[in-house]
Structure formats: structure tokens, C-alpha cells
Design a protein around this ligand. Structure first.
Ligand SMILES: Cc1cc2nc3c(=O)[nH]c(=O)nc-3n(C[C@H](O)[C@H](O)[C@H](O)COP(=O)(O)OP(=O)(O)OC[C@H]3O[C@@H](n4cnc5c(N)ncnc54)[C@H](O)[C@@H]3O)c2cc1C
Length: 279
């Protein structure tokens, strides 16, 4: 996300031409707090599985990855990549997957008492609005303050709070002990590395998809015939595409990447807050 997307504390919705009132007043299958690497990766999986996914991100704070000078250990970029660019590309990928984005700060979260599978959640925004969601992923490094009052186990280390995972359903799945509430990325005490937090976001997103009983075998795109030529139905979540479609998608990806990499990214690394305050 570029600095120009930030709207001076105003809320802004991107994707799908959705009206801001609809987004705030509607109820979402999934609300993700935080549009950094973990939150975006989680959203790619929940939205591709067909769940209405809203990512609420404090664009003024922004991902801590924006402070990096050059990212050299994220697979897929042999000579490294500018992190402001990587975040922008990943946000577009999440939008293409179907995520809706709302610029805003989540200040509170409470369990609602809806007659749904989990009972649902109500997220409070800084401006006083509230958002309803059936499931919530906290991916908001390094702010866990809005989780206070839920009775979660939070490991406090200095000014930072790490959500302690309750792994009854398998390790690293992001469960918090409250049904429907998950934690992903650095806030879930993952290694402070972008690929690890991204991978954890994906894992938590998929855990949520399975918990929500969405019929999904794997989120894969396979060449035509991969399953059907063996007399198998295409399993749920998998798409078989023919050669023309494969070539078309490859061309589109080449065009999109050429555009992203045509010029150096305009944004400078974000300074550490203590240095920014000195300026
Ligand atoms: C100087 C520096 C250099 C680094 N270099 C590397 C490197 O070279 N390689 C590497 O692998 N890792 C590097 N990292 C670490 C990497 O940036 C993190 O591990 C990773 O970004 C964590 O991902 P995350 O999604 O958990 O958190 P983030 O990427 O920080 O995302 C959290 C998001 O939550 C949002 N948010 C927070 N609170 C709220 C709220 N209340 N409401 C709404 N939104 C909220 C924030 O705006 C942010 O967008 C570096 C970190 C720093 C500081």
C-alpha cells in the first residue's frame, strides 16, 4: 500500500465497488485485523474459499515490514525485493482473491450473542463504528490492546503482547481458546520473519476455512485433465484450466509484474517511531 492510500484518519474502502455503509453495517464471514503479510496471506485463502473477508488495516501505522531496507530472504525474488512494493503487490493479490479493505483502527473486540455457529464478534473502530463478523483473525502486530477483556492468555514482554495459542486442534493453527477467534503472524509469537508470518497467516486462514465447514480439498489450480483424465471428479477448491486459459493467465501475470517492476518504488523505508518522533 503506498503512502498516498492513507486518508488522514478517514475511512476508505477498496475493492468490489462496495459502499462504505454496506461494509460497516453488513456482517462478514471473516474480519481480519491487520493488513500486513500475515493478514493478507490469511485473507487470500479465506476469500478464495468463498468467505466474505474484510481486512481492517491501520494504514497510518502500516506493516512493520515497511521499515525494512531490502528484503532478501523471501522466496521468489532472487535479488530481493522492495518491501513497500511487496506489500502493494500482496494487497492487490488479496483484492483479486476477493478481500475487501477498510482503512481503520480496531480499538475493541467483543463476543456477540448472535444465533450463529460461533455467536459472532463485534469489532469497535476508532471512529465509533462497529463491524460484525462471524470469525476474526488478529494479525495486528504489535497491537493487542483491543483483545483486552476477552480473557485470552497474552504473554506480555515489555510493551509487546503475544497471544498464547491453544493448540487443541493441532499446533500453529492459530486457535486462541475462543471459538471463531484466531491469531496470526508475529502477534501469535511466530519468528520475526516475513515468510514465516506469511506462511502462518496462510495456515490460520486455511484452519478457519476448515472450521467454517467450507468444502475444500486443496486450493490448487491444476492443468485440464489432471483429475478428470483419471476418471476423478475435480475436488472442491481445485480448478482445472485448459492450455489457452493457462497461457492467458501467464501473460496477465507477466504484464502485471512488468508494470510493478518498471520503476523503483517511490516510498522510503518507514523510520523507527522513536526516530520519526525526533524529526
Ligand atoms: C527494520 C526491520 C527490518 C526487517 N527486515 C526483515 C527481513 O529482511 N526479512 C524478514 O523476513 N523480516 C524482516 N522484518 C520482520 C518482518 O517485517 C515481520 O516479521 C513481519 O512483517 C510480521 O508480519 P505481521 O503480518 O505479523 O505484522 P505486520 O507486517 O507488522 O502487519 C501488522 C498490520 O496490522 C496493522 N494493525 C496493527 N494494529 C492494528 C489495529 N488496532 N487495527 C487495525 N490494524 C492494525 C498494522 O497497520 C499492520 O499493517 C523486519 C522488521 C524490521 C522492523
Amino acid at each position: 500500500m503506498s503512502e498516498s492510500d492513507v486518508m488522514d484518519g478517514e475511512q476508505e474502502v477498496t475493492n468490489g465497488g462496495r459502499d462504505i455503509d454496506d461494509v460497516i453495517e453488513g456482517s462478514h464471514d471473516v474480519a481480519i485485523v491487520g493488513g500486513g503479510v500475515a493478514g493478507l496471506s490469511a485473507g487470500i485463502f479465506t476469500a478464495r474459499a468463498g468467505l466474505d473477508t474484510l481486512v481492517v488495516d491501520d494504514a497510518e501505522r502500516g506493516s512493520i515490514l515497511r521499515r525494512n531496507a531490502h528484503l532478501e530472504n523471501f522466496p521468489g525474488f532472487p535479488a530481493g525485493v522492495d518491501t513497500r512494493l511487496l506489500l502493494e503487490m500482496t494487497k492487490e493479490q488479496a483484492e483479486r482473491a476477493g478481500c475487501t479493505f477498510l482503512h481503520g483502527v480496531v480499538t475493541g473486540l467483543r463476543e456477540a450473542e448472535a444465533e450463529t455457529e460461533t455467536g459472532g464478534f463485534e469489532l469497535a473502530l476508532e471512529g465509533g463504528e462497529t463491524i460484525d463478523a462471524e470469525r476474526v483473525i488478529a494479525a495486528s502486530w504489535a497491537d493487542s490492546s483491543y483483545l483486552d477483556g476477552l480473557g485470552l492468555e497474552i504473554d506480555r514482554r515489555g510493551s509487546k503482547g503475544f497471544v498464547v495459542e491453544k493448540d487443541d486442534d493441532g499446533p500453529q493453527a492459530g486457535h486462541t481458546g475462543i471459538e471463531g477467534l484466531y491469531a496470526a503472524g508475529r502477534i501469535a509469537d511466530q519468528y520475526h520473519q516475513a515468510i514465516v508470518t506469511a506462511g502462518h497467516g496462510a495456515r490460520v486462514g486455511l484452519t478457519l476455512v476448515h472450521d467454517a465447514d467450507v468444502s475444500l480439498y486443496h486450493d490448487w489450480v491444476a492443468p485440464a485433465g489432471y483429475f478428470t483424465d483419471r476418471g476423478r471428479e475435480v475436488p472442491p477448491g481445485i480448478e482445472e484450466i485448459d492450455e489457452a486459459e493457462r497461457r492467458q493467465r501467464e501473460r496477465e501475470s507477466m504484464e502485471v509484474m512488468r508494470e510493478y517492476f518498471a520503476e523503483p518504488h517511490p516510498d522510503e523505508p518507514t523510520p523507527h517511531p522513536s526516530l520519526a518522533d525526533d524529526q
